[in-house]
Design a protein around this ligand. Sequence first.
Ligand SMILES: [Zn+2]
Ligand SMILES: [Zn+2]
Ligand SMILES: [Zn+2]
Ligand SMILES: [Zn+2]
Length: 210
Amino acid sequence: MVSGKTLRACQSCGKPFYGARDRNYCPECAKQKKLDTVVKIRVCADCGREFPGGPRAKRCPECSYRSQLEKNRQRKKMGVKRPIGSIDRCEVCGAEYSVISGRQKYCSDACQREALLKWQREHKKGYSWKSGQDISKKERRAAVKKICVYCLREFVSDKPVNLCSDYCRAEHKRLQQCEADIKRGYNRDIGKYQKKRDEYRKKVQDSIND
Ligand SMILES: [Zn+2]
Ligand SMILES: [Zn+2]
Ligand SMILES: [Zn+2]
Ligand SMILES: [Zn+2]
């Protein structure tokens, strides 16, 4: 027997082999394991599309993202804390954001502010926590002045929204998605969206000043 080597059983195929103490697999299995750790073309378990991935990748990037969202939803239902870096949906505008703290509920400071304002409004107007209903529904629905988080235009709405138009909603969502992608490690050009937003803001300001 070679010194320092003992007869061991391969943990993969069970075949006996001579190897150092830190070896768990026979040379053939060890070679196979090494191959498995390499990024190669794999087939997505959900959509069947081919994609380049490591040995643990079961789904293509889109499907794994979708599956993560679904997992988050399940966790939320069961009241389990979301892990940092997971994707969740903003309670105000519905945009997806990547979680940076356990108690985070909103995608941005603007949405957090919007939620706080809404809470304050409800309290001022006598929201009854005992019954879980507004004392005056009519009053709650009174239109309030808001500022669009995308274009910064002032607008009036009786709904819990912080975006003034379908256009702003769509563009805001696009920007947020881009931010979320970047946080998830994707290479995206956020400058393009910010520039588009800034140009639109300017246009809005000009139209107000005219
Ligand atoms: Zn083996
Ligand atoms: Zn897929
Ligand atoms: Zn939001
Ligand atoms: Zn707007």
